[in-house]
Write a protein that binds this ligand. Structure first.
Ligand SMILES: [Cu+2]
Length: 174
């Protein structure tokens, strides 16, 4: 009597564990290989320079799954001399953008750089950025951490899915 209860318990337990393990297998496997406990950068794109434009913009997502707040202080892109971190702000009914010296990426959060919000401002290309190319983008953090990704060079229309070209001029206020 007693032993059959134990057997039932063991069976129930092993079934539970077995079910759990198979349900989570893919997820855990992926986490292990992508190092989800580390700072990472995704979906990085940089627009080509428009003719005679002094600057262009770059977008990306920074994920911080760590327990520590991280502070982005600098970015660099292969093939250009200068990259600034910018934000858009409303001032006197105008959308303006300004440089940001430090951008906090809070623990457990991600920050998305996108049109109308945070973006990278890219200046002084040493060589032409061509659509489809990948350029190494490096992000520097206040604690000395450094991460990089390959940013894809895209045409302006691609950034908006080709639907909001009329908004394009709003960004050139340098
Ligand atoms: Cu800007």
């Amino acid at each position: 009597m007693k032993s059959s209860v134990i057997k039932t318990l063991i069976f129930a337990l092993s079934t539970f564990i077995g079910f759990n393990a198979s349900a989570h297998q893919g997820h855990e496997h992926g986490e292990h290989h992508h190092g989800s406990e580390q700072l990472s950068v995704h979906n990085a794109t940089v627009r080509t320079f428009l003719p005679a434009a002094p600057s262009t913009a770059g977008y990306l997502v920074i994920e911080n799954p760590t327990q520590q707040n991280k502070v982005l202080v600098k970015a660099s892109l292969e093939g250009v001399k200068r990259v600034e971190i910018h934000e858009h702000v409303h001032k006197e009914d105008m959308m303006k953008m300004q440089r940001v010296d430090e951008l906090a990426i809070p623990a457990g959060k991600s920050v998305t750089f996108q049109p109308g919000g945070y973006h990278l401002m890219v200046f002084e290309p040493v060589e032409t950025l061509k659509v489809g190319e990948k350029r190494k983008l490096t992000l520097y953090f206040a604690d000395g951490d450094r991460i990089f990704t390959m940013a894809e060079v895209v045409a302006l229309a691609d950034m908006f899915g080709g639907k909001e070209k009329s908004n394009a001029g709003h960004h050139s206020h340098h």
